[in-house]
Ligand binder design. Sequence first.
Ligand SMILES: [Fe+2]
Ligand SMILES: [Fe+2]
Length: 195
Amino acid sequence: MKFNHIKLIRSLQLAYSAERAASFAYIGHARSLKDADEIEKIQEIERDEWSHRAEVLKIMNHYEIPVSTFFEIKYWLIGKFIGFSCLFLGRFMPFFFAGKLESGNVCEYFVMIHYFHSLGISDQDSVLFDMGVKEKEHEIYFMQKVQHEKWLPWFEKIFCWGVHKSGNDIHLESLYSIENAEKYCQDFKKKKKVN
Ligand SMILES: [Fe+2]
Ligand SMILES: [Fe+2]
């Protein structure tokens, strides 16, 4: 079954490639750490991102959406660059920017649910919902790692992510059911541009 929803097609292609970039970044991040628990957690998050990439590919195959060579090359480079940078950025910045990126990734999956619903398709709700929630769990882990750091208030002002600012409106302690997933990320959808 094919469809012609350009924003949804580009979102899926972007997510597929960006998930690998995230995995590469976490490989570098894990290498930059010394604490065994932190290394294990970052490796677990890396595995989550590989699994997201595989799930996104299943969706793309189902709707006969091709992988974007442009996104694959672009995000391969970005992922490798970020992973390498983690070795030189100290401790705070890799945790902070991982949290900021995860914060933005959450709504990517909820907005895909909106797009699928606009086509009358709800078969993908569960997998997209689970991936969005998993990204939120990642965001919270990174927040816990930086919330007491002295640099956070400054970075929060500049990069709009921190204790008081998030890139999504999901709250794990009062999570809507999958049936109400459309209530999430409405503002994000309006702001969203797929490049
Ligand atoms: Fe992911
Ligand atoms: Fe993630």
